[in-house]
Design a protein around this ligand. Sequence first.
Ligand SMILES: Cc1ncc(COP(=O)(O)O)c(C=O)c1O
Length: 381
Amino acid sequence: MAKIPMLDLYAEYLYMKEEIDSAIRRCLEHQKWILGPEVKELENKIADYMEVKHCIGCSSGTDALVLALRALAIRTKGKEYFDREDEIITTPFTFTATGDAILRAGATPVFVDIDPETFNIDPAKIMGYLKRNSGRVIGIIPVHLYGQACEMNEIIRIANEYDLFIVEDVAQAFGGKWLDRKLGSIGVVGCFSFFPSKNLGGFGDGGMVATNDDQIAELVRMLIKHGGKDKYNVEHIGYNARLDTLQAAIILVKFKYVDRFNELRRGIAEAYNKGLSGFEGIVLPKVYEKAYHVYHQYTIRLRDNRRAELQERLREVGIQSMVYYPYPLHKMRVFEGRCKVFENLKEAEKASKEVLSLPIEPLMKEEEVYRVVDAIREFYK
Ligand SMILES: Cc1ncc(COP(=O)(O)O)c(C=O)c1O
């Protein structure tokens, strides 16, 4: 029986092959590999789409976060890096890059627990930490996990009350919204990833920083090019962190399809919701009314400790499934002695043992979606 992978990037390539091939050919003709015209075009198109003033292409989603935080440190502290005493609140239930970027910018990550229904950071826990320890916190990084917005009304209210910056980690939520606002346009900076498996992905690494702040934009533009306006006479400790022309050319093609593909993802999620409802052992994804969820992942929670067993059964019938994420960040060695934990992170720890993400390839055929549903229903029968 044909396998059902989590994603089928080759099928997506074939779907837009002519356009991608000719975009690559154009680059071969003009040979402007570094900050070529496609980079500017992509930055302008995404800035219009996001309704923000500036978008700056960069080398990855991880670097987008580091660049955003470094620019904030330079602007707010007049120093290259934050100090260890500067605290940034975020979720422990995310990809390691979120917490790692905070360390690389010199600050200390403070992990607070998640909302067990949405897997996103719980604003009540942010508030709980601030009430007791408000002095040292400088910002919040909400991560719109699996493609769903965090509870942004509350997060904005808290940030205003305590005068904190918000840097959004939008790596998993390109095209997602909170009310009518695009994710990544709400905080002072939004950080995107174009990793190939993302909703808008390239054929390699890439990322983008979105902001309405002129000064942050200018600093990020310097930091991606070694730290100066003039590459041969620099002011800051920068990086070589530009977005490749070739990636920009490919992403420009894929960008045309991203809204349509997000709608297809939502359709698949709806079919899963229908097919998998009514089982005691399965908790379906909960969606905020105010969020437009773009289902980077369709993630269920499995009760009764049956995840490994179900994964094995799916594997036997050719269906791939994944665990995002098996370890919350505070359990990783890299954060040992370098992070703070508010109260306990029981929900994040529980989620890491119970979540399972199912295939959600926008071009999946209907019968493939039903094959996944049937295999799970069969398992629970
Ligand atoms: C939530 C989150 N943040 C940050 C990143 C980092 O992005 P990249 O892999 O492009 O560095 C990723 C993706 O890998 C992610 O899922």
